[in-house]
Design a protein around this ligand. Sequence first.
Ligand code: NAD
Length: 357
Amino acid sequence: MKFKIAVAKGDGVGPEVVDGALIVLDRVSNVFGHEFEYTQVMVGGEAYDHCNDPLPAETIEKIQESQAVLFGAVGGDKWDHLPGDLRPEKAILGLRQALNVYSNIRPGILFPSFATASPLKQEIIKNGFDLCVVRELVGGIYFGEKGRDNKSGVEEAFDVERYNENEIERIARSAFQLAMKRRMKLTSVDKANVLESSKLWRQVVDRVGKDYPMVELSHLYIDNAAMQLIKDPNQFDVILTSNIFGDILSDEISMLTGSIGLLPSASIGEGTMGLYEPIHGSAPDIQGKNIANPVGAILSAAMMLEHSFNLKKEAEAIRFGVNKVFELGYGTSDIKIDGIKILGTKEMADLIAKNIC
Ligand code: NAD
């Protein structure tokens, strides 16, 4: 089968880790007989340097002609002085909005062979953990009314957290559907003891939950959820939460897995189009050294095969390849484990590709 993929490598280590993912996709294409057609598109700082726009219209056009987007990362010191609308990070928010991908799925997996890289106590996580955050992506406080005034003579600033029931319902359905494919357990995280928007959130999630009686639904306040994740991440399967709470919790989870370089993400909406990217940024401190961990990008490619192209077997083969390489004792330099055999970015991607069969 033939699939069209827009490839947005971006800045910093973005091109290095995406190249790693392409090595693995090429191997999948050989082993399973699919054809992946790649269209390179410019985003972020690179796009700004070429055409004064971090998300040029041509990029959006090419992406809309594709079936999925594989994204690296954007940003860097070079562009930090630019005003908000021209900053490289604008490309991510702009793309999420252009594609209307409102559901951000972030698996948090601690591979058992990396248990000692986690800061958690070994008795808690010696067998690893496997959970998944479903974060609302295009609403809430990041997109609400914001401003400043000093009417009272004192400088004030505000950001409004506002959700309507339709926005909550669609993200809740996305999370329940995911829970149905996993261990049938969903924890909705809010701050309903204080925030009006969270009270509506809880009400709607309860209502949607009635359509998924097989899924065990529970609610946690965000402060407790942050604590419980450290106490015992294995108690969670799918975590459903708002844009801001999801942003914070998924970074906390990335620390528990040993390295931010390992984690993938998918941003999806109603159809099969999706935006797939590792959760890390452009890591300018390690750019061009062939030491960035490509596994987050490679596992993002696996999520793309599964969700956008319905290639479940092929996605599983990538995850198997990653696991195998870890079991053989290989890793990249960001994984702090005694005795690990360190590989460079390209070498890690090559070895994972070799283990896909
Ligand atoms: P970062 O994720 O780029 O880096 C944080 C730390 O993790 C650094 O020490 C880095 O070396 C390390 N790291 C990140 N990815 C790694 C990988 N694959 N392998 C090994 N180590 C890795 O976050 P930051 O330093 O806060 O941001 C750097 C730039 O990235 C900023 O310009 C920021 O705006 C941008 N950013 C972009 C995205 C995105 O494109 N989605 C997300 C976050 C930050």
